[in-house]
Design a protein around this ligand. Structure first.
Ligand SMILES: Cc1cc2nc3c(=O)[nH]c(=O)nc-3n(C[C@H](O)[C@H](O)[C@H](O)COP(=O)(O)OP(=O)(O)OC[C@H]3O[C@@H](n4cnc5c(N)ncnc54)[C@H](O)[C@@H]3O)c2cc1C
Ligand SMILES: Cc1cc2nc3c(=O)[nH]c(=O)nc-3n(C[C@H](O)[C@H](O)[C@H](O)COP(=O)(O)O)c2cc1C
Length: 776
């Protein structure tokens, strides 16, 4: 085959040499517009794993790269006058020039033609069977036919400049400096015996405020030298991007493409490396992706046949395989990138250096608490002790098992059994079912057990099976449960009080076609009329609710207040007001469900007015020494609905009204929602609200392991973690998870004592086996 690689970066060169190795008869040319030793940038990092992969495909290159590598293990943070260092992170760094020179030399050795100082286009090579568009992030080949490749390019808000220095750093170093306009950070690492890469980054508004948009490269360098003078210890910063005109400060662009290849009328053209996808430098994987693209394309030629007739199938397989890896990495890179974009606003001023370090290390959400323990046990245990020292129980224990105090209530640990409707009440009364259900979970180790949404009035229920608290009998029924929990366990028990509003009068989930389905008009149990902010049904075929009048509001507020008094009489320790999931109070907050034109509709301030009125009335009726949380939907997941930024405003308003804690759920406000599910997917809302509205938060949603809980709490993303579905599978979820991670300093119910050592021994064996097999 006749193959031309346009662009002699890592992708083009590495593909060329691997392909030539696969078949020496292939005629392969790499065309590069720069001179051989003329490249931008300084060092790049990648992991040991990438090198192992390279070793399998061309041991000669891998050996040379390995010789040139600088290996280091530690990450060091310089922040607010402190230096914190943790180990076990295993990176390798190499000069970009050095890497390219190794690849160039190997290409020449194998007989690849290298053509330098030639600006090329895919149409310049009509005889080529295959053209590799390895022409980097601004790929002209990709951009010339956007309708074919369908690039999706997002320009990110931060500015960065890629510099070098002769000051040598023996760890991957992060420097943070605050100026009168905001925070700057530097990502620094040594990549050869004389030089370190020094990337400086800041938000656009900080960059503009310092006039850096008008600064030329020299002025920018002088600015950075002054800013990081203490750390640079007299060394200079240097640029090698003289080819960039004007300011050398760039915005990162995230690139992904729907199609990676096409036929241009003469040749098959395929995108590779940065031309088809980019990964932010916060995760340092751009070069790895470029090299692995090259490997995969060659692997497909090897597998399917390296003749021109196989090209279409090879290209199709190449995209199918690589796309999955790329998306995974881009997702992790996205989290890490966002962390650096918001850290100035969200973390730098809020977190103490120890917690800031933890938050930074776990920024991609791929490194968890237990993973940090494997990397550097001593550092993690030191951090656990730091965290615990800020609670009523100093010592070394995982954050999940530290106590938490709000008003007069101390929870023994940070796990909450999230409220979960059971649809098993009769006439709004809880019975033996609830005693067993809630009692079992109270014995299961969680610090706080929340009762499902309980209605302040008969018409506030979701279904005929939902509980209520509007009469003496119901109060006594609940008292039986709270008494049992208080005498038989050391868990606290809370009530979630809420009015179903437009989502009321529905079937139990197992009766209809799933959740939220309206009852048939002639259902023998009987429907009831609904109230909402506006007369808009939740589902198109649902009962149309009546928009609340002032009198309706007064009645419902009064019901909430009476219910609250009853909750106090019933002995609850904690009260949560349900303002989420499209129910009555939520229907006021979201612009999707509130179309009112009076003082309760329109602006967010107006939409919050009624929920805040209810909260104020309820708070006044609830004992002063007991805590109150509010559950909100922090994201409607619908265009035009509540966004996480709105959620910060909502939290601020509730905080000002006296709410102790925000329980950060999302969605279920509109049937049109398109949530992005995933591990801990709602935790970013809890994090943002906690740091920006300065109020404690509960994280909830797909938190299913102790490792998740510890990572969330340790990074300061939330104060408590609510766990719902895992508690349906296992009432003793907390006790089980403690045993799983080897934390044994936890009390079990007296009568269950003999189960504890057995469970712990079983998990200990499992961990030992895992460690042993990892060593094989
Ligand atoms: C600040 C910063 C820090 C980074 N840090 C890291 C890191 O630590 N680790 C990591 O793995 N990655 C890092 N990267 C990313 C990494 O540099 C790229 O992902 C990687 O170089 C991609 O390789 P590539 O071959 O696809 O493209 P490139 O390396 O960009 O190569 C493309 C080549 O094509 C040439 N070219 C373009 N157009 C033409 C044309 N028309 N004709 C001829 N030649 C052309 C260019 O001159 C260039 O040499 C970083 C990037 C930046 C910006
Ligand atoms: C069966 C069931 C019933 C639920 N009922 C309620 C409820 O009454 N009130 C509420 O705020 N959330 C309710 N939820 C939502 C959960 O509290 C929780 O927010 C959600 O399930 C995500 O957590 P998970 O991933 O740990 O399950 C319910 C969830 C389930 C699975």
């Amino acid at each position: 085959m006749n193959i031309v690689c346009i662009g002699g970066g890592p992708a083009g060169l590495y593909f060329a040499l691997l392909m030539k190795k696969l078949g020496a008869h292939h005629d392969i040319t790499v065309v590069e517009r720069n001179k051989p030793y003329d490249t931008f940038g300084w060092g790049v990092v990648f992991s040991d794993q990438t090198l192992d992969n390279m070793r399998q495909w061309d041991p000669e290159t891998a050996e040379e790269v390995q010789q040139a590598f600088n290996h280091w293990d530690d990450i060091e943070l310089h922040f607010k006058g402190r230096m914190i260092r943790s180990g076990g992170h295993g990176f390798v760094g190499i000069g970009r020039k050095k890497l390219l020179n190794i690849l160039q030399a190997r290409c020449e050795q194998l007989g690849v033609k290298l053509v330098f100082e030639q600006d090329a286009d895919d149409l310049d090579y009509p005889d080529a069977d295959l053209i590799i568009a390895s022409d980097g992030i601004n790929s002209r080949i990709r951009n010339r036919t956007p309708e074919v490749f369908q690039p999706d390019i997002v320009t990110r808000p931060n500015r960065y400049i890629w510099l070098g220095t002769n000051r040598l750093y023996d760890a991957f170093t992060f420097l943070f400096e605050k100026t009168e306009h905001g925070w700057f950070q530097a990502h620094v690492y040594k990549f050869d015996e004389q030089t370190s890469t020094f990337i400086v980054e800041c938000p656009e508004h900080v960059w503009l405020a310092h006039g850096l948009d008008k600064a030329d490269q020299q002025a920018s360098i002088e600015f950075c030298e002054k800013l990081f003078a203490k750390n640079l210890q007299g060394e200079k910063l240097m640029t090698n991007a003289r080819h960039l005109r004007g300011s050398a400060w760039l915005n990162f662009q995230r690139v992904k493409c729907a199609n990676w290849s096409h036929f241009n009328g003469h040749s098959h053209v395929v995108l590779m490396g940065d031309a088809v996808h980019t990964a932010h430098f916060a995760i340092g994987s751009g070069t790895k992706l470029a090299l692995e693209d090259a490997i995969e394309l060659v692997r497909q030629f090897k597998r399917l046949g390296d003749t021109a007739d196989h090209i279409p199938e090879v290209l199709q397989q190449y995209q199918a395989v690589r796309e999955i890896d790329v998306i995974r990495l881009q997702n992790a890179a996205w989290n890490a990138m966002e962390w650096f974009e918001v850290c100035g606003e969200r973390y730098c001023d809020q977190l103490e250096p120890e917690q800031f370090m933890y938050s930074m290390l776990t920024r991609s959400q791929r490194i968890s608490h237990e993973n940090l323990r494997l990397r550097d046990k001593a550092w993690l245990e030191g951090y656990e002790a730091w965290f615990a020292a800020r609670t009523a129980a100093p010592g070394t224990k995982p954050p999940m098992f530290t106590p938490y105090t709000l008003r007069s209530v101390t929870l023994k640990n940070r796990v909450v059994v999230s409220p979960m409707a059971q649809y098993s009440a009769v006439d709004g009364r809880v019975g033996d079912y609830h005693l067993v259900h809630l009692g079992a979970r109270a014995m299961g180790g969680a610090g706080l057990v929340m009762v499902e949404m309980t209605a302040p009035s008969m018409d506030g229920r979701i279904t005929h099976g939902c509980p209520g608290l509007w009469n003496d009998t119901q109060t006594a029924d609940f008292k039986r449960i709270t008494d049992w929990v208080h005498t038989q366990s050391d868990a606290k028990i809370g009530l979630q009080i809420g009015h179903a509003g437009p989502k009321g009068s529905t079937c139990r989930p197992w009766q209809g076609a799933g959740m939220d389905q309206p009852m048939a008009a002639d259902d023998p149990e009987g429907n009831w009329p609904l109230l909402a902010a506006s007369s808009q049904p939740y589902l198109p075929h649902g009962i149309v609710p009546q928009a609340m009048s002032r009198a309706d509001m007064d009645r419902v507020t009064a019901d909430f207040v009476t219910s609250t008094r009853r909750a106090a009489q019933a002995g609850f320790d904690w009260l949560e007001l349900h303002c989420a999931h499209g129910y009555l109070l939520s229907s006021f907050i979201s612009p999707l469900t509130n179309q009112r034109t009076d003082a309760y509709g329109g602006s967010l301030e107006n939409r919050l007015r009624y929920p805040l009125e209810v909260f104020a009335a309820v708070r006044a009726a609830w004992p002063k020494d007991l805590p109150m949380s509010v559950r909100i939907s922090a994201h409607d997941w619908v265009e035009g609905g509540i966004t996480p930024a709105d959620a910060v405003e909502i939290a601020r308003a509730f905080k000002a009204a006296g709410v102790d804690m925000i329980d950060c759920s999302s969605g279920q406000v509109s049937a049109k929602q398109r949530p992005t599910y995933g591990r801990m997917y709602q935790t970013p809302f809890a994090d943002r609200i906690r740091q920006e509205a300065h109020i404690p938060t509960i994280a909830v949603g797909a938190i299913s392991e102790a490792d998740h809980v510890n990572s969330i709490l340790a990074a300061g993303r939330a104060d408590l973690c609510a766990v719902a579905r895992p508690h349906l599978a296992n009432p003793a979820w907390t006790l089980t998870e403690a045993a799983r991670i080897g934390f044994t300093d936890i009390a079990w119910p007296r009568a269950y004592g003999s189960g504890k050592p057995q469970l712990e021994a079983g998990f200990a064996r499992e961990r030992a086996l895992q460690t042993a097999t990892k060593g094989d």
